[in-house]
Ligand binder design. Structure first.
Ligand code: 5GP
Length: 216
């Protein structure tokens, strides 16, 4: 089972919204609370440990903007304190790519990657870890990894905080994954819906009211 390394998040959440702080401005816009913020952070600590001890040389950690930035920040801040394969500290460089494929809550299939030829050439010979928020159909990561593979990197691995269990998956699976989540549109922990909800800490599913209110 390819999902065995991830924490399984079921369709029915064990958490009730009333037990958590949800900003007043989003009260009607969230449906279920799927993963509390604290659990996200705990899981990232473990991923950081697994990742750091698989490397020995200077690593480029590449953040996929915008949704991946919170995961990137929390992951790198843990990795900095953890030992590499030889039990020493791991030097980490930062890089940022902007990728866009979504309109409202549907993948458009048209993946736009903003990286210049110069930026891509600078990655030659390097170990690169791509940090992504969520994998849905897998098209975004497939396109990005295929592009990077043309540039003679030493290695390319992908860490994704969430993977969606969807029949639309193209089979792409990340090297490191935090949670496997049901086939629903999620928001919170910097995952947005038309740029809204990045200020919500807990990972939630969006309500039909929220979908309508912030439709672009
Ligand atoms: P894919 O190419 O795998 O279909 O989609 C990946 C991208 O779509 C992610 O980087 C993310 O930006 C967006 N995405 C997919 N599912 C969700 C979701 O449930 N919530 C949010 N906020 N974004 C999603």
């Amino acid at each position: 089972n390819k999902y065995q390394d991830a924490i399984f998040v079921g369709e029915e959440s064990p958490y009730e919204l009333k037990h958590f702080v949800i900003p007043d401005h989003y009260t009607d816009d969230v449906d279920k609370l799927l993963i509390p913020h604290g659990v996200v952070i705990d899981r990232i600590e473990k991923l950081a440990r697994e990742i750091t001890r698989n490397y020995s040389d200077r690593l480029v950690v590449c953040c996929v903007l915008k949704g991946g930035h919170q995961f990137f920040a929390d992951l790198v801040s843990c990795m900095k304190k953890l030992p590499n394969r030889e039990g020493k500290s791991l030097p980490i460089d930062h890089d940022f790519i902007r990728v866009k494929s979504y309109e409202n809550t549907a993948s458009t299939g048209n993946v736009q990657i903003s990286m210049t030829e110069e930026e891509l050439c600078n990655l030659e010979g390097r170990d690169v870890l791509i940090v992504e928020d969520i994998i849905d159909t897998g098209r975004t990561m497939e396109a990005l990894v295929a592009l990077l593979k043309k540039y003679k990197l030493r290695s390319v691995k992908v860490a994704s905080l969430f993977v969606k269990r969807t029949p639309l998956s193209n089979g792409f699976y990340p090297d490191y994954v935090g949670f496997s989540i049901p086939d629903t549109f999620v928001i919170g922990y910097c995952l947005d819906y038309n740029d809204v909800f990045r200020d919500l800490d807990h990972v939630c599913s969006i309500s039909s009211v929220g979908i309508k209110k912030y439709m672009s």
